[in-house]
Design a binder for this molecule. Sequence first.
Ligand SMILES: [Zn+2]
Length: 293
Amino acid sequence: MASIGRIIAGAALAALIWIAPAHAQQPPFATTKVEGTDNVYVFRYGNAQAMFVVTKEGVIATDPIGYGRPQAVATYIEEIKKVTNQPVRYVIYSHHHFDHIAGGKPFKDAGATFIAHKKAKERLERLKDPHTVIPDETVDNNRTITLGGTTLELTYLGLNHSDSTLVMRLTAEKIIFTVDWLPVGSLPGRGMIDSYPLEWEDSIKKILQMDWERLIPGHPGVGGRLGTKEDVQNVLTFLQHASAEVKKEAQEGKCWDRVEKELKLPKYAGTPGYEQALPFVLRRYCGLWGRGF
Ligand SMILES: [Zn+2]
């Protein structure tokens, strides 16, 4: 029997090994020019991505995405050099979370100016993460960067996934880049942890009023696609639904344990990421409606 057990275990292991290359088929990084533009790029490394814009007077880059992997930043810089000889003039942080902004030192050493929301700078100055460059300049509610004929508008819409999230909008191209609060084709999951769920809904209503057509998310959308206003509306609908469902239970005193163990959101069971997202969503809304924060 023991040997049969070993055979079964061996077969299971073989199956795992067999499956592994299928998951590894996606190349470790990719640089993609956004369709219909001649200068807007998405740089993806692993499961994170950033936008960069090439102009005749220099490059505007965003999040270094180098948390725990300095090679991602080296690759990012090499990929930019493949499309232009222009220097990187700016690095703009989407928000203050290290998984998106750590690792920027090579950009800094090459002379880039770092920009972030003012609350991102305040937070980073307290945290003193050795791998994260402190912003040189900050944005309060609005700032417009013009470089080599490109206009990039930076807007703070208030609290959502973080308290320091910027929306970066290319005004002529009608493209936005904003991170961790508007998943494209999937559900918000781990990004719920430190979010402000009520204000998040307000931010979504505001971004739906802005003039844009395509959204570059900070994690690739389902199938690698960019987002639309419909995707953003879907996030709002999901948050409202989840919030209402947990609220009923929470007000009957069922947070944390009973909600976290028993509540499901079957309407969304078929949406990519549902299983992973559910515990984070329930915990965050239990925090809101069961505790008040
Ligand atoms: Zn984040």
